[in-house]
Design a protein. Structure first.
Lengths: 369, 369
C-alpha cells in the first residue's frame, strides 16, 4: 500500500517519551517505581505500548547481579507484548495499531556468520543487544518491559496473533522460544522419547511443545503434587526424580532431555538416562558450574549441550506455531506493585507457571505515564 | 574356497593352551610374570599368536583399580596384533597365517539396537565384553594382550594390512579407533577447524587423522618442546594452552575439539573456544568429574560430548583407511620386562607416543610359552 507524505509525517512525529516503569536501582534494593525516557523512533523503529510483560527467572538473577556485570538502574522484562503506536519512516513490517512482541534481544551486528544465518542470539560482534541490562550500538543502556512503552528496530519485533490470549502470549517471547528452539534443533518429534527437567516457566512450555511435536514426554519433578498438572499439560509419564527406582527404570532410554532448572543441581543421574547419541540440553543457567562425570558421556556417546533463546526468524516461526496450535503459557497475572512478592514466590517455585505483569497497573498506579 | 574334512580337522584340533603373560596380581603390586590357559577355539573362534601389544593409559587405570571393579589377576592389553594360528570349524573370515588384530572388545550381545547398528561398543546387554578385565557370556574372566596368544570370536577380530609396520599398527586398535570414530561421527573434514587437546597416545593419532581428513588442525599442549613434533605430525598451528593470550586469539572459532587428556583438567577455557554448534568431545577418561560452567554452553549452543572406541565395522574401516594413507602410530618398542618402567614414564608423559610390547620378549624371557 503506497504511503502519503502526510501519513509518513504523522508516523514519524513522535519524540522522546517519558516512560513509567519499575526498576532495580541496585542489586540489594527491591524493584521500585522509576521513570525514564524512551528514544524518539528512528526510521527503522517501531514504538510499542506495552500491555503485558512476563516475569522471567533471569530478571531476578540480573536485578540482583547474580551473573555479574549488571547495569543500574535496571528496568527488567523481556517478555513484552503490546500494540504499535508509531513507526519510523522506513518501517515496512508493522503498522500502527498492530499487535507486536519483543523478546530477549533488540539488535545485533547483522553481519557476522551467526546473524546472517538467522541466529542473532549468538551474534559474534560482540553479542546481541539484550532488551535490558545491555548497551546498544550507541552505548545507551537498554531498559526492558516493566514499563509502559518500548522503541525497537522493526527487525527485532515479532508479529503476534490476535487469536491467542495476549497476556498468556507474553512468556512465549522468552520461555517459549528458549524451549522451542532446542527441541527443534535436536529434531524432537514423533518417535522421540523426551524428558523435561523442572516444571516452571520454561519447563511447562517445553512440556507443551514436546507434546505438540508428537514426542513421548516424561516430566521430571521433585514434587508429587505436580504430577497431575504435568499430565494435564501433556506429559505421558511423570518421574519423581528423587526416587532412585523410578529413575533407574528409565536408564539409557531418552533421546533428548531438556533441563530447565536454573538452580545448581545434580546432573549425573540424568545423564545416565540418555541412550546412545542422546543429548541433555541446558536452558536454565545455574550460576555455579555443573559437575559432570565423564564416563556418563563416554559410555553412550552422549552430549551435554546448552541453548540460548532462538533467532528472530525462529521466534516468529514459534509464535506462528503457537497461534496454529492454540499454545500459550499458563500464567498468573499481577499488577506491577506485586513484583517483589512475585520474585519471592518464584524462588519458592510458587507460581503456575509464569507471572505476567498487567501494565495497566503502571498507568493507573503511583507513577504517572 | 571349499574346505576339506581334513582341513577342518586340522584347524579345530587345537586344545587349551598354556599362555605366558604378564599380569597385575593386585591393584598395589607391579605387573609381573604370570601364566594362564587360553580356551580351545570354539567353532567361531580365531586363535592368534600375539606379536605386538600397545600399552594404553587405561591399562594403568585398570591395573591399579582407579576406575573401580578391577578383577585380579589381570593381564592388561587391548591393542593386539599378531598372526592367526588356528581357526574354528565355522570361521569364514580368517585363514591360518593371516595377520589379525584385536581391540578393546571381544564380544557383545549382538541383538540390541546398538549391536545391530554396528555400534557394539555401546552394547546394552549389559555392555560389550572387554578384552581384559571383563567377563564373557560364560562368566569367564577375559585376559588381554600382554601375553603370547589370544582366542577370539572371528566377528571381533580385525584384518590388518601387511603394507604397514605391524608393531606401529597395534595402537590403532584402541588409540586409533578412539580418535578416528568421533572425528568421523562429527563430520570433521575439509573446512573444519579442529583442536586436539593432549599429545600422547590418543592425541597424536587424533592429530594424524584430523590432518588426513583435511581439517585445519590446532594442537593444544602445555609443552613448548612439543611444538615442533606436533607440526611434524600434522598440526597447522600449535597453541600453548597455559598462555591466555594465545587461547583468547582462538575464542569462538573451533568446530570440534578432541580432548584426549585422561588426567583431571580445566575444561572451561576450551569450551570458550568453540563456535556456534561446536562440540568438545572427551575420549580421555578422567576419574574425577569435570566442572562445566553452563554459560559456556548456552552462549553458543555448544556441546560437551564423550565417545568410546568405535564399532567393529568402523574399526575395520579405520584400519583400511590407515593402510591406504600410510598412517600408523609413533611408537617406542619395549620388552615386556620394561612394562612397569613404561607405566612410570607414561605418567610423566615421557613417551613418543605409544609404548608397544614386543611379545618375543615373553617367549624368550623368564616365563616359558
Amino acid at each position: 500500500m503506497p504511503r502519503t507524505a502526510e501519513y509518513e509525517a504523522k508516523q514519524t512525529k513522535a519524540a522522546v517519551t517519558k516512560t513509567a516503569a519499575y526498576a532495580a536501582l541496585s542489586a540489594k534494593t527491591p524493584i521500585e517505581p522509576f521513570q525514564f525516557e524512551r528514544r524518539a523512533p528512528r526510521p527503522n523503529d517501531v514504538a510499542i505500548e506495552i500491555l503485558f510483560c512476563g516475569v522471567c527467572h533471569s530478571d531476578i538473577h540480573q536485578a540482583r547481579d547474580e551473573w555479574g556485570g549488571s547495569i543500574f538502574p535496571m528496568v527488567p522484562g523481556h517478555e513484552i507484548v503490546g500494540r504499535v503506536t508509531a513507526v519510523g519512516s522506513s518501517v515496512s513490517k508493522f503498522e500502527v495499531g498492530e499487535l507486536a512482541g519483543v523478546g530477549c534481544m533488540v539488535d545485533s551486528c547483522r553481519v557476522c556468520e551467526n546473524c546472517k544465518e538467522g541466529e542473532e542470539q549468538y551474534c559474534n560482534n560482540p553479542g546481541c543487544t539484550l532488551t535490558y541490562n545491555g548497551r546498544d550500538k550507541n552505548g545507551e543502556v537498554t531498559q526492558g518491559g516493566y514499563s509502559t512503552g518500548i522503541v525497537v528496530d522493526e527487525n527485532y519485533v515479532l508479529h503476534l496473533s490476535d487469536k491467542l490470549d495476549l497476556a498468556a502470549t507474553a512468556p512465549l517471547l522468552c520461555a517459549g522460544i528458549t524451549t522451542y528452539s532446542p527441541l527443534r534443533h535436536w529434531n524432537v518429534g514423533k518417535g522421540s522419547k523426551v524428558g523435561v527437567m523442572g516444571l516452571g516457566g520454561l519447563g511447562h512450555m517445553g512440556l507443551k511443545f514436546a507434546h505438540a511435536f508428537g514426542a513421548h514426554v516424561v516430566q521430571f519433578t521433585t514434587s508429587q503434587n505436580k504430577v497431575a498438572d504435568a499430565k494435564k499439560l501433556g506429559a505421558d509419564d511423570v518421574v519423581i526424580s528423587t526416587d532412585a527406582t523410578q529413575m533407574a527404570a528409565h536408564a539409557g532410554t531418552f533421546d533428548f532431555i531438556l533441563d530447565t532448572i536454573s538452580a545448581p543441581h545434580d546432573i549425573a543421574s540424568y545423564l545416565h538416562l540418555l541412550k546412545r547419541d542422546g543429548v541433555l540440553c541446558m536452558v536454565g543457567a545455574p550460576d555455579a558450574p555443573l559437575s559432570v562425570p565423564v564416563f556418563s558421556l563416554l559410555g553412550r556417546r552422549a552430549s551435554l549441550a546448552g541453548s540460548g533463546i532462538g533467532g528472530i526468524r525462529e521466534t516468529q516461526e514459534m509464535l506462528d506455531f503457537c497461534a496454529e496450535h492454540g499454545i500459550v503459557s499458563e500464567i498468573e497475572m499481577i499488577p506491577i506493585q506485586k513484583i517483589n512478592e512475585s520474585y519471592a514466590r518464584m524462588l519458592k517455585n510458587d507460581v503456575k507457571y509464569r507471572f505476567v505483569i498487567d501494565t495497566a497497573s503502571l498507568k493507573n498506579g503511583s507513577v504517572a505515564g
